[in-house]
Design a protein around this ligand. Structure first.
Ligand SMILES: [Zn+2]
Length: 93
């Protein structure tokens, strides 16, 4: 059963970091091309996750996911004391 990638998923930080890198390198072309590729590479629920993102952001593109998903959820998790601290790996510059 493939996982739905949401801000509460344990690999969210990894997904977000890789998406951030892709958008900075290639820009956003107004599609979820990079997000879709990442979800496929991570073996997660591609359509389910993209569905969740479009509901969360009311947009359908990579930068919309980057800037629209997670900040509120992360703040809420922090309030509950449940936010995991995930070290940034492989960050360049
Ligand atoms: Zn965009």
């Amino acid at each position: 059963m493939a996982d739905l990638v949401t801000p509460s998923h344990f690999r969210w930080a990894e997904f977000r970091e890789r998406l951030d890198e892709a958008v900075r390198l290639f820009g956003c072309d107004g599609t979820v091309f990079a997000a879709r590729n990442l979800l496929v590479a991570m073996g997660c629920d591609v359509e389910g996750s993209l569905d969740f993102f479009s509901r969360e952001t009311c947009s359908n593109c990579d930068c919309g996911i980057l800037f629209g998903v997670g900040s509120e959820a992360e703040a809420a998790a922090e309030e509950l004391g449940g936010a995991d601290v995930v070290p940034l790996r492989g960050r360049r510059n």
